[in-house]
Design a binder for this molecule. Structure first.
Ligand code: HEM
Length: 419
């Protein structure tokens, strides 16, 4: 659909009926004018009725930051972190045990026990293995053929990286991807009602079993630089395995947190460079721009489209009265297109000053714990891509997923041009 038509459509809907949560906006990649209108006319906007019930949309950079940093008023625990209500997921017990859906004072101690595992000094230890596994994929790609970059590189590499991080049996790494996929693939997110929830639960129990076994092995061996060993030997985490829900919840959060997000950043980077060939040339001329480009990819792609909070009391935001119990959606994708904070926000500019000034990782107590890990993975990958290929050329239609939570890319047909 052409940009003019999209803008006309977005302009024709009465403001109080405008619904930016419709999954097709993300599948068709037609969300831009809808969010632009909200930012301009109603940066804190109330929709009384939708497939996800009533909700407030917060769409400007500074207002998103205001909600995200005010965890005393805006709760992650009261209603979960996604626009779909948690009771619809039928797994409240398990969700409640992962610290992303806990408020203070319960959240901080849990986060603090796990955070050292992804601190910069530990990541430096992992970098050589991450690099070796990236190289192995890139060196075995079918040069001269058209193939799906998402499947062959983004999914495969993310799976290998997850296996590396947990030192999970390498040949069984597809299981990690599967467990991550079934954790997030519930009917409210995918629209697929045929999902067998009992089978899903059984598979998640298998996941817990596999990690219990690894935990016991690592606990009995000297400490190493993988996430399970670090948790099994960590002063505050070494008894985590005695609490099954905390154990599975924390591990699933670490698996899921880094899976779709990194996967779609890898795919999004290729799409962006193809849409902006001058930027691709800048990169060829100066590969030292890679770290800055990684931040720009994460802004431009915005892998997590939104986070949800629930108001614990009546509160004023941007001139609007939010009531206790209301659902409040921080649209990160829109905050990253806020022209008052980001110059030419729709453009992909790899040497953008202040590229890190995006909202993709959130703010405040729940700010992404894996942000440095994500940046490391993308930096290493792009360093190795640039060593080998003059261009990763997109040669067909990019296919996206109908998902308002994760900005998912399913198919990017590419051809490689070796250097
Ligand atoms: C480009 C990649 C990534 C993006 C865009 C991303 C985005 C986010 C966002 C938006 C949040 C919530 C922030 C908030 O509520 O203020 C979050 C939380 C989190 N992320 Fe990431 N993430 C990424 C990669 C990773 C990776 C690789 C890991 C693996 C360790 C990870 C682990 C987590 C965890 C554990 C939390 C919960 C933090 C808390 O509640 O205290 N993320 N992430």
């Amino acid at each position: 659909m052409h940009a003019e038509q999209q803008t006309a459509d977005a302009a024709s809907v009465p403001l109080d009926e405008l619904d930016v949560s419709r999954p097709e906006l993300f599948q068709n990649d037609t969300w831009r004018p809808w969010f632009a209108r909200l930012r301009a006319e109603a940066p804190v906007h109330y929709l009384a009725d939708s497939a996800n019930g009533a909700f407030w949309s917060v769409t400007k950079h500074h207002l998103i930051k205001a909600v995200d940093t005010n965890h005393q008023v805006f709760s992650s625990e009261a209603g979960g972190i996604a626009i779909a209500d948690p009771q619809q997921f039928n797994e409240e017990q398990m969700r409640a045990q992962s610290f992303i859906t806990l408020d203070e004072p319960r959240h901080a101690p849990q986060r603090m026990t796990v955070a050292p595992a992804v601190a910069p000094n530990n990541l430096a230890e992992l970098e050589p293995l991450i690099r070796a596994r990236a190289i192995d994929i890139l060196d075995n790609l079918p040069v001269g053929e058209t193939f799906n970059w998402v499947q062959e590189v983004s999914v495969e590499l993310t799976g290998r990286m997850l296996a590396t991080l947990f030192d999970f049996p390498y040949e069984e790494r597809h299981k990690l991807i599967h467990w991550s996929d079934i954790t997030t693939a519930v009917p409210q997110v995918t629209g697929d009602d045929s999902i067998d929830m009992a089978k899903r639960q059984e598979e998640l129990m298998q996941c817990a079993g596999a990690f219990y076994q690894l935990w016991q092995e690592r606990a009995a061996a000297p400490p190493k630089f993988d996430l399970i060993s670090m948790l099994a030997h960590g002063e505050n985490t070494r008894t985590m395995n005695e609490d099954p829900q905390l154990f599975l919840g924390t591990l699933l959060l670490l698996i899921v947190g880094g899976n779709d997000t990194t996967r779609n950043s890898i795919s999004g980077g290729v799409v962006a460079l193809n849409e902006y060939p001058d930027e691709y040339q800048k990169l060829r001329d100066n590969p030292k721009l890679i770290p800055n480009m990684v931040a720009e990819i994460i802004r431009w792609q915005t892998p997590v489209i939104h986070m949800r909070r629930t108001a614990l009391q009546d509160v004023e935001l941007g001139g609007q009265q939010i009531k206790e119990g209301d659902k409040v959606i921080m649209w990160y994708l829109s905050g990253n297109r806020d022209g008052e904070v980001i110059d030419r926000p729709d453009a992909f500019i790899i040497d953008r000053p202040n590229a890190r000034h995006h909202v993709s990782f959130g703010f405040g107590v729940h700010r992404c714990m894996g942000n440095r890990l994500a940046e490391l993975q993308l930096r290493v990958l792009w360093e190795e891509i640039m060593q080998r290929f003059h261009k990763v050329e997109v040669v067909g239609e990019v296919e996206r997923l109908p998902n308002n939570f994760i900005r998912g890319i399913k198919d990017v047909p590419v051809r490689l041009h070796p250097r």
